[in-house]
Design a protein around this ligand. Structure first.
Ligand code: TNX
Length: 527
């Protein structure tokens, strides 16, 4: 037997996993409609991707698809703008996220009015291909795809995940890995929690000590780190190419210890006459509130919350916020800027409101819409701004009363730093233990009394990282829960069903195994 024959034999046997009829059993999030038909399409070296319709990302998308398919075929396939039988068709219209995938004997057509929809259609298509696609391992020179069609569109327009890079720093490659996971699940917003008490993670040229000092450590005292502006742009571009919009967060006025350690003058108690720390010029005796504080805050590497605040009555503070927002906005094409606003327990209530109102104005001045954690609803939200619900139902209702929409991130359902159960080694459990079925079984449209589907822009699943130090840890906490929230956000709740999801999750895990992903093998799933 020649080695060539052996390989051919191996390849022909390993085709057995291919589906016989088109069905939804490998697709997460569950599509609206999957119909099977007679026949099948064979993907092989002669398959050509036809790019129909112009658009900025069309060529890249064609190459992306060609690359993935080439990986399992073991041969390159080509793209063309003139002819082909695997068609990426951009159509006229404004349903930018809806797509149709249709498979016949002659051709496969992925069509959408928008590039995002085409990309989502590609994601569904990739899930129909052999699992080896996950590792680009050749399985067969001819892959059979059963005929049929998928019609699909998302329930919510904002489907996000947050990565806390402040408590522990994660480098650009880790963030790209996170983006890849999100992209496969049709998420479209990546919220980066760029600052907190333990670290400042984004270079601000006008305030260089933020990263020099504030970026120099992390929870547990490790060396921390930060993204240069070039690196941040690289993340934004990598995400954008996958139709994911970055939402940068600078958390304030609380959760600011790293900034307060970098610049003493931002601390409450500095001379309000000149905003500058100077032991010879301070001590204005008629200044009633803050005490003089001649020292910058100490760097903090613990995991308490709620102990830090900006000085909300100094002009300098707003100059600072203005500079930070301006520099980040210049690098951020998306519509949103997240101002944090959570757990400002040591900020006087009136000061908090004043601060949030001014921060929103600054963000608006630079052309962005503010998102804030739900406490911001206790201030006056500007029209169009968004409150991110994480636990206080009154705040969600307050936002709604002001005519503002809510982004749903209930801690008890979507917080991926929560432990799965009492035996989980990583994570916290202040909100709940969240098993995979808990993360799946809830409906954003009836979770908070008085907040219905129209009041919600979408769903976001955050990963806080007090206890998460490396990529394997990230994987353990997000696999499989990031799959559950993907479906909560994409698929109408009346179409969702735990038993069905559980089966699809087990199927998906074959790819995780091949990729060496450190996932949580929940006893709730028959892996
Ligand atoms: C609460 S949720 C926080 C974060 C912590 C998280 C830990 C929210 C807006 N604030 O600062 O990291 O709990 O689970």
């Amino acid at each position: 037997l020649s080695p060539f024959l052996l390989i051919a034999l191996f390849l022909s046997f390993s085709c057995s996993q291919e589906q016989e009829t088109l069905n939804d059993q490998n697709i997460i999030p569950l599509p609206r409609e999957v119909k099977s038909a007679k026949g099948s399409f064979i993907v092989d070296a002669s398959t050509t991707i036809l790019i129909e319709g112009r658009g900025e990302g069309m060529d890249w998308m064609g190459e992306y698809l060609a690359d993935k398919i080439g990986g399992v075929l073991g041969s390159e396939i080509s793209t063309s703008t003139e002819g082909g039988n695997l068609i990426l068709r951009k159509t006229q219209g404004d349903q930018l996220e809806a797509y149709n995938l249709s498979i016949s004997n002659e051709e496969i057509v992925i069509s959408s009015d928008g590039e995002p929809g085409l990309f989502f259609g590609i994601q569904s298509f990739l899930q129909l291909l052999p699992d080896e696609i996950a590792v680009q391992r050749p399985v067969s020179s001819a892959i059979t795809i059963p005929a049929g069609s998928i019609n699909d569109q998302p329930e919510y327009g904002y489907r996000g995940s947050m990565l806390d890079v402040a408590r522990h720093f994660f480098d650009v490659e880790d963030v790209k890995h996170y983006i890849d996971v999100m992209a496969g699940l049709k998420y479209n917003y990546l919220h980066l929690h760029l600052s907190d008490d333990q670290g400042w993670r984004i270079e601000i040229k006008s305030w260089p000590k933020l990263t020099e000092i504030g970026g120099s450590t992390e929870v547990g005292g490790g060396e921390g780190g930060f993204y240069t502006q070039e690196e941040y742009k690289e993340i934004v571009a990598y995400a954008a190419q996958r139709y994911i919009t970055v939402v940068p967060e600078i958390d304030m006025p609380g959760h600011t210890n790293a900034a307060l350690a970098s610049y003493a003058e931002l601390n409450p108690g500095v001379n309000p006459a000149n905003g500058i720390l100077d032991s010879l010029t301070i001590v204005p005796l008629d200044y009633d509130k803050p005490k003089v504080n001649p020292e910058p805050a100490e760097l903090y590497t613990g995991i308490e919350v709620g102990f830090s605040t900006f000085a909300t009555d100094l002009d300098l503070t707003y100059q600072f916020v203005d500079d930070v927002v301006r520099e980040i906005v210049e690098m951020t094409p998306g519509p949103y800027f997240h101002i944090g606003g959570d757990e400002s327990h040591v900020t006087d209530k009136d000061d908090y409101i004043k601060f949030v109102n001014r921060a929103q104005e600054i963000v608006q001045k630079y052309g962005k819409v503010s998102i804030g954690w739900d406490e911001v609803a206790t201030a006056s939200l500007l029209p169009g701004n968004i409150a991110q619900f994480w636990g206080d139902e009154d705040n969600a209702v307050l936002a709604n009363k002001q005519g503002n929409k809510v982004l749903m991130s209930p801690a008890k359902k979507t917080y991926m730093d929560m432990q799965y159960d009492s035996t989980t080694q990583l994570g916290l459990h202040w909100a709940a233990y969240i098993e995979i079925d808990d993360a799946y079984n809830w409906d954003p449209a009836n979770y908070v009394d008085g907040i219905t589907a129209e009041d919600i822009i979408g769903v976001e699943t955050p990963l806080w990282t007090e206890t998460i130090t490396n990529r394997a840890d990230i994987q353990y906490m997000i696999f499989p829960r990031i799959y559950a929230t993907a479906e909560v956000a994409w698929t109408p709740s009346n179409q969702r069903n735990w038993e069905n999801f559980e089966g699809r999750l087990a199927n998906a895990s074959k790819r995780w195994e091949m990729q060496g992903i450190n996932y949580y093998k929940s006893p709730k799933v028959n892996w």
